[in-house]
Structure formats: structure tokens, C-alpha cells
Design a protein around this ligand. Structure first.
Ligand code: ATP
Ligand code: MG
Length: 558
């Protein structure tokens, strides 16, 4: 079914071709192989969407395999966060949870087998010397003096490496391939290094750890993976992937490369993201300004919006940068359909309605979501003293200002038309309150057919709930932070604006963390998953309402 109807991309085409020729007997087994050395980011979401999505589409399965081959940088915190974030994105590995470390013993046996075939040797060169012997793109490499050790000597040394007889960095096991190969990855790549570090799963059982290239293809093979999909930078590693499998003579999956997802105004390198966290430039991996899935989630992004972006940008072979506006557009489209509307005043200013009786409260009906009639309505209390947005009053009014100013009329959303009669100022001359009268016949609609140009939102002062609202701008002030010599130098100093004195309508008092709303005229907001408490709401603005991307798309540019 899916095969006939879904739009194509080159990976789908390859899988269909394999299914047609019967290369893997019609099976589709993929894997997502994160290294647990940081949190997942939106680039990973792309890989997850491809790996799990293809398996789902073709009735196969996708494994989650932790590439836990570097104990010094990995941790259980990262493992837990990765699993949580993949599930949040809407994918599941079922019973197929694996670790490269599950295969350490098998990989070790295979390494001995390669030594036995004369295809691997123990080298005494230091990492620096190995690099120096490797040559360059234009100059061939030079063989290590250890390259022609006998099988027996290599086996003995390798066993003693495993037994912990040698210090870190003093020896490696290398594949014996071709020091003159035009592909530097084939110039006797390192298979094992000594690292006397405790591993989060295998403890102190090992002091030699396999390199990514040695672990990856063999792990794929053990698991019966059919399509090992990875990003473009592994294209030059594919000959090595193939060489190991062929040298061992074991089942051979197909590696396929696609272009990474890059996003404007942010970075994807886990090393640099970790630096932001460690230097306290953000509050953590899940800071709502981070491009991590945890950060996007906390900010208010939905898994649907992120999957939608993946689908829209497609799968390519050439590197590109997705504009942040495109991601925001996907979120607005999703939340416009689903998020209920509420009124929240971010920077409150008192509005006193002189002719509205003291002590009177009306419960006015407000539409929850004009895009979704099933969302129904709610009651919003209205009374004599309201809060309106500071911005919605100006004295004097600039040209074309259709909100409140002395003598001007405006509609209060879901309520009455009011006319500004004056202002109260404090000793310093600042506006302390706005005064107005209301037209009792104008409730809900425009009863007498009078036109007022502006409509503003409000909350009843006596009923409003105090809230903290956090507004965000991009974490970096330039579209391509990676091009800066030091990404820290292009951080946006105004990326966070905390409004501690916001007033929100009572319906927002007890909403659960992570619930999302459109605050009328202000954007889409999400109750913060860390700091939000019933009765003490904290909201993050996920995105504003103005959608520049929609225009580009309509014009055919998106
Ligand atoms: P590092 O920055 O440490 O090299 P990484 O981002 O490659 O790490 P991994 O944990 O090795 O992180 O990535 C897991 C998988 O996600 C890999 O298959 C990788 O190709 C893929 N991936 C990583 N970044 C992106 C990206 N920006 N776009 C698409 N896929 C990505
Ligand atoms: Mg990687």
C-alpha cells in the first residue's frame, strides 16, 4: 500500500529496488545508532524519521542501538534522555534495544580472526605518530615499523592488550589494508585503542575499546540490518565498512548516506552544544533555546510539527540549511489547528471602566478554537477593573494606531466597546491606569452597527492569575553561527526575556505542564515542564503569530 502511494525519495527508491530484486528477501531492518554522549537534536530527528519511518512504511523494524564505544564521554543520563526523546517523537524500537557493548566479546573474537588471516596487527606507534604516518590527500602514507609482525606475535600482544598489560595510548590494533590508498580511511585504520576507563554498562571488564568503524558494520551484521542509513560524512567510510564485512566473510548490510539536516540560527555539533551547557550559556540541554528535542519540546514544539518538517524538506544527497522560519511555520500550522485560545496580558496596565458597577461580574462566552468547533467555548469573567497590554494604550496616539488612546474606542475581545476617557499618572508621570466608559449595548457583537477598528485582549484584575512568561529569540544572532570563528561570540544577548508579572485568565491557573495554547495576539505558548506549577503558571513562548514563511511558500519560493 504505502509503496504505491507515498512520494518518493532516493532511499525509498533503493529499498523498493532491493525488494524488487529480492536482495534482502523483502526484509527491511534499519537501526538508529546514537552515541550516548549528548542529547538528541533536530538533526537526529531527521535520522530517526528516516530510520524508523522507512521501517514502518515497509513493514519492517528499526533497532535502537547505542553506539557506546567511548566510555569517557558517555553516560546513563544521555541514554535515558535519548530513549525518552525518540518515544516523544512518536517512534518505538519495541524489543529491539541493543548496544554496541553487547558485541564486545564477538568483536574481539573477530579481531583475533583478522589477525589470524594476517589482516590486522598490533602497532606501537603513538596516536600522533600514527597520524603523521598516515600521509595526506596528496601524499601516500608510510608503513609502521610494526606492520609486518608475525601472526603469533600479534595474537600474543593483542591478548596482553586486553589483559591490561599496557598503558593507555601505548598500542593499538590496526587493520592491514593499504597505506597508499587514495581513501585515507583505508590506510590501516585503528580497530582498537587502550582506554582504562569504566564503561557505563560493561564496567571494568574491558580496557580496550573498538573504534566506530570496526564496531558499526559488524553490529549491523549481527542484528541482520538490511539498510544502514547514515549521514554523508560516512560515505568515505563505506569502503571500510564493506572491507571489514568481506574480510570476515559475514552477512553484509547495505550502507546508504544522506545529507544531514542543518538549521539556520543554530548549531548541531554535540561538542559545541555541550560547551553551551557546561559554560552555563543556557540553563541545560533542555533549555528552550536549544535545538535539542528536549529543548524544542520544552519550548512548545510538537512531535507532529517536527515530523512534518522532515517530510517537507525531504531526503537529499546534497548538504543544505533549512531556514528556522520553515520549522516555525510547521509548528504554527499544527497549533493553529489544535491549540485552544486564551487571553493573557504579558505587560499589564490597569483599565478602569468608570460606568461599570463595582462588584459586578459577568461570565462572558469565549470561543476556544475558531478552527475547531468541537473545542467549544468557555466562560471568562469580566469586571470593572481589567488588565490590558501596556502596548495597547498610547498617549498621544501615533498615526494609524487603532488601539486605546484618549478619546478613542476599541473593542474588548468577547466583551464590550470601551471609550478612553483619561489616564491616571504616578508621581513620575508614568501611566498608572487608563480610564474608560463602556457601552452596555455593545456586548459580544457590534449591536448598533458601529465600527471600531481595533480589538484588544484583557483579563479581569480580580480574577487574573499571576504568571511568569518567557519570551525567546534565537540563541545566536547570525543565521550561520557555525561560520563564526567562535560560536560563543555570536550568541544573541537578548535571546531570553522573562516577564515575571504577567496576568492570565483563570482558565490557565491549573493547566498541566506541557499544555499548549494560543495566547490571543501573542503567539503560541507552552506550560514549562520544569518550572510550571498549578496555581503558579510558567509559560514559554514557542513561536509568535506572524508567519513570514507562509508568504514565501504561497509565492512558490518554499
Ligand atoms: P557527533 O557530533 O558526536 O559526531 P553525531 O551528531 O553524529 O555526533 P550520533 O549520536 O553519532 O551523533 O548520531 C546518531 C545518528 O544520527 C547518526 O546516524 C548520524 O548520522 C545521525 N545524525 C546526526 N546528526 C544529524 C543531522 N544533523 N542530520 C541528520 N542526521 C544526523
Ligand atoms: Mg557520530
Amino acid at each position: 500500500m504505502a509503496e504505491a502511494t507515498t512520494p518518493s525519495n532516493f532511499i525509498r527508491d533503493i529499498v523498493r529496488e532491493h525488494n524488487r530484486t529480492g536482495r534482502f528477501g523483502g526484509r527491511v531492518v534499519t537501526r538508529f545508532p546514537p552515541e550516548p554522549n549528548g542529547y538528541l537534536h533536530i538533526g537526529h530527528a531527521k535520522a530517526i524519521w528516516i530510520d524508523f519511518g522507512l521501517a514502518r512504511e515497509f513493514g519492517g523494524r528499526c533497532h535502537l542501538r547505542f553506539d557506546d564505544t567511548n566510555p569517557t564521554k558517555e553516560s546513563q543520563e544521555y541514554v535515558d534522555a535519548i530513549m525518552r526523546d525518540i518515544r516523544w517523537l512518536g517512534f518505538d524500537w519495541g524489543e529491539h534495544l541493543y548496544h554496541a557493548s553487547d558485541y564486545f566479546e564477538r568483536l574481539y573474537e573477530w579481531a583475533e580472526a583478522l589477525i589470524g588471516k594476517g589482516l590486522a596487527y598490533v602497532d606501537d606507534l603513538t596516536p600522533d605518530e600514527i597520524r603523521e604516518h598516515r600521509g595526506t590527500l596528496t601524499a601516500p602514507g608510510r608503513p609502521s615499523p610494526c606492520r609486518d609482525r608475525s601472526v603469533a606475535e600479534n595474537l600474543d600482544l593483542f591478548r596482553r592488550m586486553r589483559a591490561g598489560e599496557f598503558p593507555d595510548g601505548s598500542k593499538t590494533l590496526r587493520a592491514k589494508i593499504d597505506m597508499a590508498s587514495p581513501n585515507i580511511n583505508l590506510r590501516d585504520p585503528v580497530m582498537y585503542r587502550i582506554r582504562k576507563a569504566t564503561h557505563q554498562r560493561t564496567g571494568d571488564a574491558w580496557c580496550i575499546y573498538p573504534m566506530y568503524d570496526w564496531a558499526h558494520g559488524q553490529s549491523d551484521s549481527i542484528e541482520g540490518v538490511t539498510h544502514s542509513i547514515c549521514t554523508l560524512e560516512y560515505e568515505d567510510h563505506r569502503p571500510l565498512y564493506d572491507w571489514y564485512l568481506d574480510a570476515l566473510g559475514i552477512y553484509h548490510p547495505q550502507q546508504i548516506e544522506f545529507a544531514r539536516l542543518n538549521l539556520s540560527h543554530t548549531i548541531m555539533s554535540k561538542r559545541k552544544l555541550l560547551a553551551l551547557v557546561e559554560q552555563g550559556r543556557v540553563s541545560g540541554w533542555d533549555d528552550p533555546r536549544m535545538p535539542t528535542l528536549a529543548g524544542l519540546r520544552r519550548r512548545g514544539y510538537t512531535p507532529e510539527a517536527i515530523r512534518d518538517l522532515c517530510e517537507r524538506v525531504g531526503v537529499a544527497k546534497a548538504d543544505n540549511v533549512v531556514e528556522l522560519g520553515h520549522l516555525e511555520h510547521c509548528l504554527r500550522e499544527d497549533l493553529n489547528r489544535r491549540a485552544e485560545r486564551r487571553m493573557a496580558v504579558l505587560r499589564p496596565l490597569r483599565l478602569v471602566i468608570e460606568n461599570y458597577p463595582e462588584g459586578r461580574v459577568e461570565e462572558l462566552e469565549a470561543v476556544n478554537n475558531p478552527e475547531d468547533p468541537a473545542a467549544g467555548t468557555r466562560k471568562v469573567p469580566f469586571s470593572r477593573v481589567l488588565h490590558i497590554e501596556e502596548d495597547d494604550f498610547r498617549d498621544p496616539a501615533p498615526p494609524k494606531y487603532f488601539r486605546l488612546s484618549p478619546g478613542a474606542e476599541v473593542r474588548l475581545r468577547y466583551a464590550y466597546i470601551v471609550k478612553c476617557t483619561g489616564v491616571e499618572r504616578d508621581a513620575a508621570g508614568r501611566v498608572a491606569a487608563v480610564r474608560a466608559t463602556y457601552d452596555p449595548d455593545s456586548r459580544g457583537g457590534d449591536a448598533r452597527g458601529r465600527k471600531v477598528k481595533g480589538t484588544i485582549h484583557w483579563v479581569s484584575a480580580a480574577h487574573a492569575v499571576d504568571a511568569e512568561v518567557r519570551l525567546y529569540d534565537t540563541l545566536f544572532s547570525v543565521p550561520r553561527p557555525d561560520e563564526a570563528e567562535d560560536v560563543m561570540s555570536v550568541l544573541n544577548p537578548a535571546s531570553l526575556d522573562v516577564l515575571a508579572g504577567a496576568k492570565v485568565e483563570p482558565a490557565l491557573a491549573d493547566v498541566p505542564a506541557e499544555s499548549r495554547f494560543q495566547f490571543e495576539r501573542q503567539g503560541y505558548f507552552c506550560a514549562d515542564w520544569r518550572d510550571h506549577r498549578p496555581g503558579r503558571p510558567v509559560f514559554n513562548r514557542a513561536v509568535g503569530l506572524r508567519d513570514t514563511w507562509a508568504k514565501i511558500e504561497r509565492a512558490g519560493g518554499g
